[in-house]
Every structure is written in structure tokens, then in C-alpha cells.
Design a protein around this ligand. Structure first.
Ligand SMILES: *[C@@H]1O[C@H](CO)[C@@H](O)[C@H](O)[C@H]1NC(C)=O
Ligand SMILES: *[C@@H]1O[C@H](CO)[C@@H](O)[C@H](O)[C@H]1NC(C)=O
Ligand SMILES: *[C@@H]1O[C@H](CO)[C@@H](O)[C@H](O)[C@H]1NC(C)=O
Ligand SMILES: *[C@@H]1O[C@H](CO)[C@@H](O)[C@H](O)[C@H]1NC(C)=O
Ligand SMILES: *[C@@H]1O[C@H](CO)[C@@H](O)[C@H](O)[C@H]1NC(C)=O
Length: 479
């Protein structure tokens, strides 16, 4: 009523007009067209959006001027805006505009560059974004408290970790998330880096990794990469380019798992590596222990040394001696099996010993209890339907299971790959089991293998990689 009156009084200021237009749209949406056959919906909402965009485009009826001053430059950009629209979504603008109609804002260059685009979002509710704009846009949304936009950008970043970019972007996003205290994004970036490490190592952003990020990455056992030697080489490159403080170098060098490198290769790098000879004293004990590890049986070795430390825990190595890739075409069709061999362990003492493994993949496996109760499931809700359809399962066993593995237990790690741009395969999930994926609640649970469009199918195939890791923990009591 109030709004209509000001219209009739003829004082049509644009603000009143705007509220009137909003009121019309609102009424139209609320009207119940269903019950009254004479009722109809007149829907001009897209026209209103266009009008609003004209307002910012031409600055008509502007009541607020923003002067965007680029920090460390003389550049000033002027944008004619409307207080109502700024205040509608940002309490920071509300505070800034209390008594003034001209506001000067200081922004770093990357934010200043997209400031106009950011303001347009206030008038249209939409904004296009690319990898390079994510951080400055998130920064603006955060600074001006545009919360919906902030979470939208955060979500965009989580969904685009794997996108192809010329220099890589996940390392800078991680550092940004850390500064912002965005733990969700931080965690996603860290997992991405850990599980897709070979890709990251070969990108130009590897050398931009901060000291803290390097230290936290290199301590993880779930890194997915070709071999420990690949990691050592990458770390050396990082040290030479970044020249970090000596304690950082020492910490990083001591986190390399030398026993996972063959004695041949170790001998080579000991002779060739610049940092290894510079910091020889810092890692001498580890190298000595490693050569001892390689020359005795693990059982014998464990009698004298504590093997319950990270140095003896394999990471997720992709080279064939550690496991096998398994590409299953049309995985929803039926059960499949694969036989492959791995080394008995990384110790050079066991270099000629191989272990055979059988893997069985079932796309729709049912626990026995569910199979029998099939008939009496009268009240079948969707939950039990899902269970009755069965779910994917992978079991890895050795026909040599009767054989004494000298107290070594074998952990199986299943990597699930998905494809993103440029035909590259990226790791989406890492599952650790003793024998069967029954041990984990969520194995491929969202994979939708029946659907041709499933994210998990690359040319209609499921990409798995099974890694067998000898774990020496159980040997420790022999000490
Ligand atoms: C009015 O039209 C717009 C697009 O032109 C549409 O998105 C909106 O849902 C429509 N509103 C109703 C109530 O149908
Ligand atoms: C805004 O101004 C431009 C140019 O002055 C004019 O063409 C346009 O019709 C105006 N738009 C509105 C919504 O008043
Ligand atoms: C705005 O102006 C009013 C009156 O001129 C004054 O009382 C008030 O403190 C001012 N507020 C701010 C935030 O400057
Ligand atoms: C590794 O990259 C793939 C790219 O598609 C992504 O889906 C996966 O989530 C990444 N891993 C992690 C832990 O983020
Ligand atoms: C190995 O070390 C971990 C943590 O350091 C400890 O929890 C575990 O009990 C140790 N295992 C043995 C067998 O000593």
C-alpha cells in the first residue's frame, strides 16, 4: 500500500519504482494460479533483471559513486552505483555508505581488475569466473561480506582443483585457504596435492610450495606418486630453487623414506646429489640404516632396529613392483578377476622373491544375510532396495596365504582414478584395506557404474590401481 501511494503521488523516485517492481514480481509468484481458472501469471522478472543491469551499465539514477584506487598505482576507476543494491547484500557497504555518497576504496591490482564485474553481481545475481579470478573474487566477497558469493567461489574452487591450467593453481589456492582459515578448502587442496602428486611435481607451481606445505606433504604416507626416488628428485629441485632455511632442509631430507629406494639408486644419488652431499651429516644415520635394511631379511633386521617408524612405511607407489593397474571395461556387467605379482618387500634381500595376488571385482555384491532376506523384504524402502541391488566390492588375496610371510602383514591400497581435461587420469579416492573393501563403508558407493555418464568411467572403463604394501609393524616384538 505504502509503495503504491508514493507512486500515485507522482514522486516517482527510482527507489520507489524499484520496490514497486519487486512487489509486483513477488505478488505474481505468490498468486495461486491453480484454483482459479481466470487467474494467470504475468511474469516479467527477466525484464526487471535487464532493467537493473541497464542501471549499472549506464549509471542512470546513480546515488553512490565508488572510486576504486589500485594500490601502488595511480589508477582510479569510477563506478556509479545505487546504494539500495549494494546494501541489500553487503553490510560492509551499508556501513561505508551511512553518511556519504562517494567512497574511495583501496584494492590490490587483481581485485581492482574485476571490481566492476563484482559490482555487476549485485545487480544480476550472476557472475562468470575463471581459475585466475577465483582468489581475487573470493577476497572481495570476503572483504565486503557478500556471503553467498563467497561460498559460491569456495565451492567453485573445490570443484576445479583438477582443472587444467598452464602453471597449476592448487598450491596458490592452498596458501590462500590457509591465510583465510578456510579449512574445508585447505583440506581439499591438501588431499588433491597428496593424491595427484606426480602431476603437481611436474607442474611449474611445484617450486612455489611453501616450507610449511612441503613439510606437511612429505610426512604423509598416502602420497600417490611413481616412486620414492621421484619424490627425492622433486624435493631436491625444490630445495635448490627455494633455498629454505637449513632446519627445513634437514627436516625434509629426513622425511624421505630411503628404505623404499633400491640400494642401486641410493648409491647413485649419494654420489650425484648436490644436497645429499651438502647435508650428508644430517641424513648419514638414515642412509646407513637403509643399507643395513637392504642387506638383511626384514625379520632379522627387526631384531636389532625399530622398524615401527614412518621410514619403513611405503607410500602409494605406482611402479609395477608395488602393484598393478586394473582397467575394467564395462564394470557393471559381471564379476572380473585379475592376477598379478609384486615384490615380497622393498628390502634388497628379498629382491628375487615375488608374491602372487588374485583380485576379484564384483559390481553388485550382496552380503549373504541380505541375499537370504530378499523374499521377506515386503516393506522395501529405497534404502533396502539399494542394498538388494548390491554394491561394488573388491577382494585381494594371495594363493600363497598359507606361506609364512615372516610376520609381515600386507596392506592393500586401492586407488580409484577419474579423468578430467586433457585425458589425464587423476586419483579421486584412496581406500586402505587388509583384504576386502567390505572393510570400508564407502567403496565406490557414489560411482553409479551403470550410468555411461558416470564420472568414474573413462571410455566406459573403471580405472583402479591396487598397491600392496608390506608393513613391518608386527615384527617389532622380536626386538
Ligand atoms: C518467471 O520467468 C523467469 C524466467 O523468465 C523464471 O525463471 C521464473 O521461474 C518465472 N516465475 C514463475 C513464478 O514462474
Ligand atoms: C539509462 O540511460 C540510457 C542512456 O542515457 C538510456 O538509453 C536508458 O534508456 C536508460 N535506462 C533506464 C532504465 O532508464
Ligand atoms: C552521520 O551523520 C549524522 C548526522 O549528521 C551523525 O549523527 C552520525 O554520527 C554520522 N554517522 C557516521 C557513521 O558518520
Ligand atoms: C585428484 O584429482 C582428481 C581430478 O579429477 C580429483 O577428482 C580428485 O578429487 C583429486 N584428489 C583429491 C584428493 O582431491
Ligand atoms: C608403532 O608406533 C605407533 C605410533 O608411533 C604406535 O601407536 C604403535 O603401538 C606402535 N606399534 C608397535 C607394534 O609398537
Amino acid at each position: 500500500m505504502q509503495r503504491t501511494q508514493s507512486w500515485q503521488m507522482g514522486g516517482i523516485k527510482w527507489l520507489n519504482l524499484l520496490s514497486l517492481l519487486f512487489a509486483v514480481v513477488e505478488t505474481a509468484q505468490k498468486s495461486d494460479v491453480g484454483t482459479d481458472t481466470t487467474a494467470a501469471l504475468i511474469n516479467h522478472s527477466s525484464m526487471i533483471i535487464h532493467r537493473l543491469q541497464d542501471l549499472i551499465q549506464y549509471g542512470n539514477s546513480s546515488d553512490t559513486t565508488l572510486r576504486i584506487h589500485t594500490i601502488n598505482s595511480d589508477e582510479v576507476k569510477i563506478i556509479h552505483t545505487h546504494q539500495l543494491l549494494l546494501v541489500l547484500q553487503s553490510d560492509v557497504f551499508e556501513g561505508l555508505l551511512v553518511n556519504q555518497s562517494v567512497v574511495t576504496l583501496e584494492e590490490p591490482a587483481d581485485c581492482a581488475l574485476i571490481f566492476e564485474k563484482f559490482i555487476r553481481y549485485f545487480y544480476s545475481g550472476e557472475i562468470s569466473i575463471n581459475l585466475n579470478q577465483a582468489i581475487p573474487l573470493h577476497r572481495l566477497a570476503n572483504k565486503y561480506h557478500v556471503l553467498a558469493l563467497k561460498s559460491g567461489v569456495s565451492e567453485y574452487m573445490q570443484n576445479h582443483l583438477a582443472s587444467e591450467s598452464s602453471q597449476g593453481h592448487v598450491v596458490s589456492w592452498y596458501h590462500y585457504a590457509l591465510r583465510m582459515g578456510d579449512e574445508g578448502l585447505q583440506e581439499s587442496c591438501l588431499n588433491f596435492l597428496a593424491w595427484n602428486l606426480s602431476t603437481v611435481i611436474s607442474s611449474s607451481e611445484w617450486v612455489t610450495v611453501s616450507d610449511d606445505l612441503m613439510v606437511s606433504l612429505i610426512q604423509r604416507s598416502d602420497l600417490v606418486l611413481q616412486s620414492e626416488l621421484e619424490l627425492f628428485t622433486a624435493v631436491e629441485e625444490w630445495v635448490l630453487k627455494n633455498n629454505p632455511d637449513v632446519p627445513v632442509i634437514e627436516k625434509v631430507l629426513r622425511s624421505i623414506r630411503y628404505p623404499m629406494i633400491t640400494p642401486n639408486q641410493l648409491f647413485q644419488i649419494q654420489k650425484k646429489s648436490v644436497i645429499l652431499s651438502t647435508y650428508h651429516n644430517s641424513v648419514q644415520d638414515l642412509l646407513f640404516q637403509t643399507f643395513q635394511f637392504h642387506s638383511a631379511s626384514p625379520l632379522h633386521f627387526a631384531k636389532y632396529f625399530d622398524v615401527n617408524c614412518s621410514m619403513f612405511i611405503p607410500r602409494n607407489y605406482l611402479t609395477p613392483s608395488w602393484g598393478s593397474q586394473w582397467i575394467i571395461n564395462n564394470p557393471a556387467r559381471d564379476d572380473r578377476s585379475l592376477t598379478f605379482q609384486t615384490q615380497l618387500g622393498p628390502s634388497n634381500h628379498d629382491v628375487s622373491k615375488k608374491t602372487t595376488w588374485n583380485a576379484l571385482f564384483s559390481p553388485r555384491w550382496l552380503p549373504v544375510s541380505h541375499r537370504s532376506s530378499y523374499s521377506d523384504s515386503v516393506s522395501s524402502n529405497s534404502q533396502s532396495n539399494r542394498l538388494e541391488e548390491g554394491r561394488p566390492r573388491l577382494v585381494v588375496t594371495s594363493p600363497m596365504s598359507g606361506i609364512d610371510f615372516a610376520g609381515v602383514s600386507f596392506q592393500k591400497t586401492v586407488l580409484v582414478g577419474v579423468k578430467k581435461q586433457q585425458g589425464k587420469v587423476f586419483i579421486k579416492h584412496v581406500y586402505n584395506v587388509h583384504q576386502s573393501t567390505d572393510e570400508v563403508p564407502d567403496f565406490l558407493i557414489y560411482a553409479d557404474l551403470q550410468k555411461k555418464t558416470s564420472e568414474y568411467l573413462i571410455e566406459n572403463s573403471l580405472h583402479l590401481h591396487i598397491i600392496i604394501k608390506p608393513i613391518y609393524h608386527s615384527l617389532i616384538k622380536a626386538k
